[in-house]
Design a protein around this ligand. Structure first.
Ligand SMILES: NC(=O)c1ccc[n+]([C@@H]2O[C@H](COP(=O)([O-])OP(=O)(O)OC[C@H]3O[C@@H](n4cnc5c(N)ncnc54)[C@H](O)[C@@H]3O)[C@@H](O)[C@H]2O)c1
Length: 257
């Protein structure tokens, strides 16, 4: 029996922003393992190229591209590189964000420039990536966009107020954009991960903070990047073609919204 096309990502051209490190790197590997042709687009170009080299060495297809999602020219160049390599764009995973490098502190202590930079990467970055990619998806007659938000929005987690605010913006962006592009055959959905043990979180959090993160979760264990892959892939597959403007929470059953 041939593979079920509703869940088939073979040959799909998938851009993963922030694909050089952390959870994005895991998405890149897992999409490649599912047969997709992946672009890992990261401001850390060396990391993106390392991920690509690793995937290619294992027989997968991946291009690593230096990209600053907050810079329109950089995003345009990344989209041009994707089209040059793979000829089309089927899926855009907007995963890049400023988070782990941000100090946890009262909002009274957040410098104005840091607030602006977070909005520039976490929100303008989404806008610029979608603005560059959607015309190609429109011409193809279909496309899938997955925006990574955070379960902080449901819990109101304090001490990175700019970050939490930007991730709430991702949900509004997702809903409104779904209306703008639905008739083009493009779906736009969001995922809210709970606190996840990505490389950067492990190195930027204290032992006590890490230990507290399994508390209150129905699953009773910490969250790993791999726990997010199934949901992100479902939203990237034809199986979710009649679902748009939605936000799926993946946090092991902590916030039940
Ligand atoms: N780890 C968690 O606990 C958690 C929880 C909820 C949501 N998230 C979200 O999941 C996503 C991945 O999280 P992570 O833990 O891997 O984060 P991370 O900080 O480890 O990785 C972010 C990636 O984005 C890249 N990046 C940063 N600025 C960029 C820019 N201007 N242009 C392009 N790339 C840029 C970084 O180089 C890095 O590779 C983020 O959107 C994050 O906000 C993470």
């Amino acid at each position: 029996m041939p593979p079920n096309p509703r869940f088939d990502l073979t040959g799909q051209s998938v851009i993963i922003t922030g694909g050089g490190k952390g959870i994005g790197k895991v998405y890149a590997r897992e999409f490649a393992r599912a047969g997709a042709r992946v672009v890992a687009a990261d401001i850390d170009g060396d990391a993106a190229r390392d991920v690509a080299a690793e995937i290619v060495s294992e027989g997968g297809t991946c291009l690593g591209v230096t990209t600053d999602v907050s810079d329109a020219a950089s995003v345009e160049a990344m989209v041009a590189a994707t089209l040059g390599a793979f000829g089309r764009i089927d899926v855009l995973i907007n995963n890049a964000s400023l988070m782990s490098t941000l100090p946890r502190r009262s909002f009274l202590e957040i410098p104005e420039e840091e607030w602006d930079r977070v909005m520039s990467v976490n929100l303008k970055g989404l806008f610029l990536c979608c603005r560059s990619v959607v015309p190609h998806m429109r011409d193809q007659g279909r496309g899938k966009i997955v925006n990574i938000s955070s379960s902080r929005v449901w819990e109101g987690v304090p001490n990175r107020l700019h970050y939490t605010t930007s991730k709430a913006g991702v949900i509004g962006f997702t809903r409104a954009m779904a209306h703008e592009v639905g008739a083009m055959g493009i779906t736009v959905n969001a995922v809210t991960p709970g606190y996840t043990l990505s490389e950067s979180q492990v190195t930027s959090s204290t032992g006590n903070y890490l230990a507290a993160q399994a508390e209150g979760r129905a699953m009773g264990r910490p969250q790993h990047p791999e726990d997010l892959v199934g949901t992100v892939m479902f939203l990237s597959c034809p199986a979710s073609d009649y679902m748009t403007g939605q936000t799926i929470n993946v946090d092991g059953g902590k916030a039940m919204h």
